[in-house]
Design a protein around this ligand. Structure first.
Ligand SMILES: Cc1cc2nc3c(=O)[nH]c(=O)nc-3n(C[C@H](O)[C@H](O)[C@H](O)COP(=O)(O)OP(=O)(O)OC[C@H]3O[C@@H](n4cnc5c(N)ncnc54)[C@H](O)[C@@H]3O)c2cc1C
Length: 512
């Protein structure tokens, strides 16, 4: 329990460091920061909200938090879907004032930025200089930050080719949550004489310790990121499968990866049910009723040479022709542009899959996005659908569960299944939703699914599913103890509440 007199003392000390404009314990501020985009959770109010401007200020805040033993949670854009960047009591550290671009090195293709910068701000500047990070941040759009992307192992536009956000990371500057508020730099930057131009070599890959950590291992203040010259030629094509068959989806993903390789920028598969839902939502429906038989493959290719792009498009046509037909979104919505007229721009990149995941926005959404090998797709689709049937009475009334609203090819034979279920956004449905959410996540963990934004809901479900060996749990605790001896940063994630707490008590046994 946090003692309020200590919070008051800490407030005064932090105010002395960052100034009274950037600290608050007012109710309206606590309310404003009480949620992410995850309405299954109740509101959670921090005791203090701080908005530091520099790494040194973050370090001072960490020292003060340690002095008074007050927990802390870091926050970027707050676009988390799983309770990651809110804090019940304690100090919520909003990093969005740390939004500077420190260096864009166009010759050596890397940049150094503060972690609170948004994808919108960074990519707009890079585009002016003909550069890109390749993967362009999450589907949540402009306001998410680089720090959030690194901490959530975010996948997004460009991930089929460029991987997830940690894949473009060459190192970070981190404030460790220890009593000293120690500042370290990783990657090439661990060599104090070197520029941050590469990740591996100086020491073990300590960058990895902070990737996908959902803010449990340190507060990332700067990031060094890989850059690429913008690729001049891009084209987008759509194909609808003749049958609703996940064996075919997996087979075609494999063939695309094998034949088109680096030419593939993004491959998305939109299940037929989502296409049907979207067709139903169109206001000015087409005169001809669309024939919607199978999932839609949305394939984006890129090349530095227009002739090569044409070869890719021809190869794709050949590869798809037996099992699919060319598709245009105009078939369901006459206002949609034709694929031949498609042009890449940042606005498109930010909204590239919003329409597929926001089919019912004013609801509680319990996302279950996870990665599986492409060969496992048919099996996991089946298991997931069977789960929804078996437990239909346990879902909140009128809830819609979807195995996938979109499936997204990542590097090698790895794909993200973006899915979940929803419920009415009312208090009475929150507990029921939360229970079913954890149950479904446990199923996915047990069939070998790998989640990435873990926040609270997912990190806890992994523990409940008994995924970690006792040796791994011990290692994890030992590593955390080194950086966070007082156990103050992001408590509750992974069902870890203190070092003495036995997290295996949370394992749910006797569940299929
Ligand atoms: C409509 C919608 C679409 C989405 N699409 C995608 C998608 O395509 N792919 C995807 O991966 N995610 C997606 N998300 C989830 C989320 O938006 C992303 O994961 C995003 O990268 C989070 O960034 P953020 O800055 O908002 O982070 P926050 O929500 O602020 O934080 C996320 C986590 O990172 C930690 N954190 C944040 N900054 C730091 C820091 N500097 N140091 C240490 N820890 C930190 C927080 O404690 C928290 O656990 C989507 C969300 C929505 C609402």
């Amino acid at each position: 329990m946090i003692i309020m007199s200590k919070v008051k003392d800490a407030y005064k000390e932090i105010e002395g460091i960052i100034g009274s404009d950037y600290i608050s314990d007012k109710d309206f501020m606590k309310a404003a920061y009480s949620r992410n985009v995850d309405p299954a959770f109740p509101d959670r109010w921090a005791d203090i909200i701080v908005r530091p401007e520099s790494t040194e200020e973050v370090s001072e805040i960490v020292r003060i938090a340690n002095k008074y033993k007050i927990p802390m949670v870091p926050r970027g854009g707050g676009a988390d879907l799983v309770g990651g960047s809110v804090s019940e009591g304690g100090i919520l550290i909003d990093l969005t004032r740390m939004n500077k671009i420190i260096e864009i090195n166009e010759k050596d293709y890397y940049c150094e930025v503060e972690c609170g910068i948004t994808w919108g701000a960074l990519l707009s500047e890079l585009q002016r200089q003909g550069l890109t990070t390749g993967v362009l941040g999450p589907g949540s759009g402009y306001s998410a930050t680089i720090g959030g992307g690194l901490s959530n192992s975010t996948a997004g536009f460009g991930s089929t080719k460029y991987g997830v956000i940690p894949d473009i990371c060459l190192g970070v500057e981190v404030v460790l949550p220890n009593p000293q508020g120690t500042i370290i730099r990783t990657g090439a930057a661990a060599n104090k004489y070197a520029k941050p131009f590469c990740r591996y070599g100086v020491a073990p890959d300590f960058t990895g310790l902070f990737m996908g950590d959902v803010g449990t291992m340190g507060i990332k203040t700067k990031a060094f990121l890989r850059l690429h010259p913008e690729t001049p030629f891009k084209a987008q094509r759509y194909y609808m499968l003749k049958k609703n068959d996940y064996n075919k989806v997996s087979e075609l993903m494999y063939k695309l990866r094998k034949e088109i390789r680096d030419g593939l920028h993004d491959v998305l598969v939109i299940p037929v049910i989502v296409v049907q839902l979207l067709a139903g939502m169109v206001e000015n429906k087409p005169v001809k009723r669309p024939r919607l038989k199978g999932p839609v493959f949305s394939i984006l290719v890129e090349s530095t040479d227009e002739r090569v792009l044409d070869v890719y498009l021809e190869q794709i046509e050949n590869l798809m022709k037996d099992d699919a037909r060319p598709f245009e979104w105009q078939e369901i919505d006459p206002e949609e542009p034709l694929s031949k007229d498609w042009e890449f721009n940042l606005k498109y990149a930010y909204h590239y899959f919003n329409k597929f995941i926001s089919v019912n926005p004013p609801k509680i959404s319990c996302t279950t996005c996870h990665k599986v090998p492409i060969s496992a797709l048919p099996k996991v689709a089946n298991l997931s659908n069977q789960f929804d049937i078996n437990y239909r009475d346990e879902f909140p009334p009128q809830s819609i569960a979807l195995f996938a609203t979109v499936i997204f090819l990542l590097p090698n034979g790895n794909c993200v299944v973006v899915g979940g279920f929803n419920a009415d956004n009312i208090d009475e449905q929150r507990e029921k939703s939360m229970n079913m959410w954890h149950k479904k996540l446990r199923l996915q963990v047990r069939y070998g699914g790998v989640h990435y934004w873990l926040g609270e809901a997912i990190s806890q479900s992994i523990v409940e599913a008994n995924a970690y060996t006792p040796e791994f749990i011990q290692f994890f605790k030992d590593m955390k103890k080194v950086v966070d001896p007082n156990y103050l940063l992001s408590p509750k994630k992974f069902h870890m509440y203190s070092y003495d707490n036995d997290i295996t008590q949370n394992i749910i046994k006797n569940e299929e």
